[in-house]
Design a protein around this ligand. Structure first.
Ligand code: NAD
Length: 316
């Protein structure tokens, strides 16, 4: 089903929510975009600003609302909450944003019983798990933006180093969207060649293992660096969200490393984290069973354990 009258409600009209609304407006993917924020004046100001550009884009109805604006939404995208302060880890935010979600999610589902819920607020994996539990929705209808952004950062940096179009670089960051995430180097490829075959034949003649290590360190520290420089990250995540939303609305069966409820995956159960998953109009169809190297498997299990410990610490 490819609907032409799609409605997206965005909870949180801050940096991420309003930049996503802008990117979504430019994409033309939604016919109706609603901004909900406890700071109603801010949401109204953002909508005015967006609407004043409408003569340059495809028409859409964009307005601020209370939670009743979630009624009939195809997807509710949740970006509300406190954001990381310089030097603060995503997990340090957890209790504060978990408390905000206890308020928000019951309000959202009161109006949007049939929607897909896309969680963006950090720590995104823990809050995706919380959203499944609080909403009681089937886990396939609740997903987090996960490592879609991190994987895009990885593909960009590889593409820059290797002088290859990022669209021809296939590489995934999996696990937590945060400090314990890991790159799946064993399966990363350019033009169908895994890097361990591609790199020794390439003209760059770099010490590729060292180079890849440096690239991953840059990916992992990217949010800290950007927050230190300008206070928040929002452009790339907004584009990542448009990509996820389009995959859902257009029933694309896209493979995206979104955060989803994992069951029986390398011995991991009952935690949300990112692995490449098939995404379509129903939400998450299934997580792909990657053949990880032994080291990657251990790191992935470590990432899941860390998230499970955080989930256990939060007062729900
Ligand atoms: P922001 O402070 O600019 O915006 C947050 C908005 O949420 C504010 O407008 C605030 O009024 C609103 N809000 C807070 N509590 C609310 C409530 N109870 N009900 C309704 N609205 C409420 O922050 P931001 O830069 O937009 O970041 C938002 C979140 O997105 C943060 O948690 C940040 O860490 C996260 N983020 C995630 C990713 C990702 O890849 N998952 C990337 C960037 C940022």
């Amino acid at each position: 089903m490819n609907k032409t009258n799609s409605k997206i409600s965005i909870i949180g009209a801050g940096n991420v929510g309003s930049t996503f609304a802008y990117a979504l407006m430019l994409s033309g993917a939604a016919r109706e975009i609603v901004l909900v924020d406890r700071d109603r004046k801010r949401a109204e100001g953002e909508c005015m600003d967006l609407n004043h550009g409408m003569s340059f884009t495809r028409p859409a109805r964009i307005y601020a609302s209370g939670y009743e604006g979630c009624a009939g939404a195809d997807i509710v995208v949740i970006t509300a909450g406190a954001k990381q302060k310089p030097g603060q880890s995503r997990l340090e935010l957890v209790q504060k944003n978990a408390d905000i979600f206890k308020e928000i999610i019951p309000e959202v589902i009161r109006y949007a019983k049939d929607a897909i819920l896309l969680v963006v607020t950090n720590p995104v994996d823990v809050l995706t798990y919380a959203t499944i539990k609080i909403s009681g929705f089937s886990p396939n209808r609740v997903l987090g933006s996960g490592t879609v952004l991190d994987s895009s950062r990885l593909r960009f940096l590889i593409s820059q180093h290797c002088h290859v179009d990022p669209r021809n670089v296939h590489a995934y960051i999996i696990g937590e969207h945060g400090d314990s995430e890991l790159p799946v180097w064993s399966l990363a490829s350019i033009g169908g060649m895994v890097l361990s075959e591609y790199c020794p034949l390439c003209d760059e003649r770099c010490d590729y293992l060292k180079t890849l290590g440096g690239i991953f360190a840059e990916v992992k520290n990217a949010a800290y660096k950007i927050i230190d420089a300008k206070g928040a990250t929002y452009y790339a995540v907004a584009l990542a969200l448009v990509r996820i939303v389009e995959a859902i609305l257009r029933d694309e069966n896209s493979v995206l490393p979104v955060s989803s409820l994992i069951e029986g995956y390398y011995g991991i159960d009952d935690v949300c984290l990112s692995v490449p998953a098939l995404v379509n109009r129903k939400g998450i169809v299934r997580a792909l069973r990657l053949k990880l190297s032994e080291k990657e498997r251990e790191q992935f299990q470590g990432s899941a354990k860390k998230l499970q410990e955080i989930i256990d610490q939060v007062k729900w």
